[in-house]
Design a protein around this ligand. Structure first.
Ligand code: ADP
Length: 268
């Protein structure tokens, strides 16, 4: 059976030899056997993966039935019934999104998240991502804008995962914005890289949290929106696995710009 160890280097002593110089006079290594923790962690990951997988299909079929009801495919509804069906549909939609996030993070954690990288056009992927967030934008009274350079070269990406990341960044931008504002998606080429920026003029993020928001389950304290704190962690894993970079510029109270880069060169 495989065992796992965590290594810690502990310096024994330091002798100052000048104002800034110093020499280390040796160190020892502590090896901690973490096999039990690792097994427990894997069991947790497998459990979450199984449960979220089992949830996905029934929720998706619930959504389809609710849509049929709402569109009066089975019979007429009065306005109250219609509103109720619509609100259940929204809940089912959110549940499906959370289930998808949980499934994605478990796949990343267990190394089962296969990247399917190919050269392709970026425009259809952006359009698809914008389309998938249109309803959310309407509900939150946010205007979506797209500014894309002409004649962009093909990029080397996993299409499905990149579309997921862009749509996640746009839904964050919508959710963390004020009503009647705009969210702009900007796509441009700089040297060998196509960068996609999602710009909002919403809440913004204080500088002490800018790195932390990419950690699993981290949410800025006091956030009053529903969420799991998984979207950005998954986005970072997906973008870095295709050789890209994800970054954020933000000012508390003025808005945020999340950017991802996609290579136009052969990397893999
Ligand atoms: P979730 O949105 O489900 O909480 P994310 O991983 O997508 O999870 O985001 C982590 C946290 O980062 C959010 O809880 C929020 O506090 C902050 N955040 C993300 N995007 C934005 C944004 N565009 N503007 C302000 N805060 C944001």
């Amino acid at each position: 059976k495989e065992s796992y160890f965590e290594k810690q280097l502990v310096p024994i002593g330091i002798i100052p030899t000048g104002e800034k110089e110093k020499i280390h006079i040796g160190s020892f290594i502590i090896l901690r056997n973490v096999t039990a923790y690792k097994e427990l962690d894997e069991a947790k990951t497998n459990f979450i993966a199984t449960v979220s997988h089992e949830f996905k299909t029934p929720i998706a079929s619930m959504k389809m039935s609710l849509q049929l009801l709402e569109n009066e495919g089975i019979g007429k509804l009065n306005p109250e019934q219609k509103e109720l069906v619509h609100s259940i549909y929204d809940d089912a939609d959110r549940l499906l999104k959370t289930t998808g996030e949980l499934l994605n993070i478990t796949q990343v954690e267990s190394g089962k998240s296969k990247m399917n990288i190919e050269f392709c056009e970026i425009k259809p992927i952006i359009t698809q991502a914008i389309e998938s967030t249109k309803n959310l934008a309407e509900q939150n009274r946010i205007k979506l804008e797209l500014l894309i350079e002409e004649n962009l070269p093909e990029v080397q990406i996993d299409k499905e995962k990149t579309a997921w990341v862009i749509s996640n960044l746009i839904s964050n931008a919508i959710r963390y914005s004020y009503e009647n504002s705009s969210v702009r998606v900007e796509v441009k080429k700089t040297f060998d890289v196509v960068s996609i920026s999602v710009i909002d003029s919403g809440l913004g993020i204080s500088s002490q949290y800018k790195d932390k928001i990419f950690d699993k389950y981290f949410r800025v304290p006091g956030t009053d929106k529903d969420g799991t704190g998984l979207g950005l962690a998954i986005s970072k894993e997906f973008i870095e696995a295709q050789g890209g970079v994800i970054s954020v510029e933000s000012e508390l109270g003025s808005g945020s710009t999340f950017s991802i880069s996609c290579s136009t060169n052969k990397l893999f």
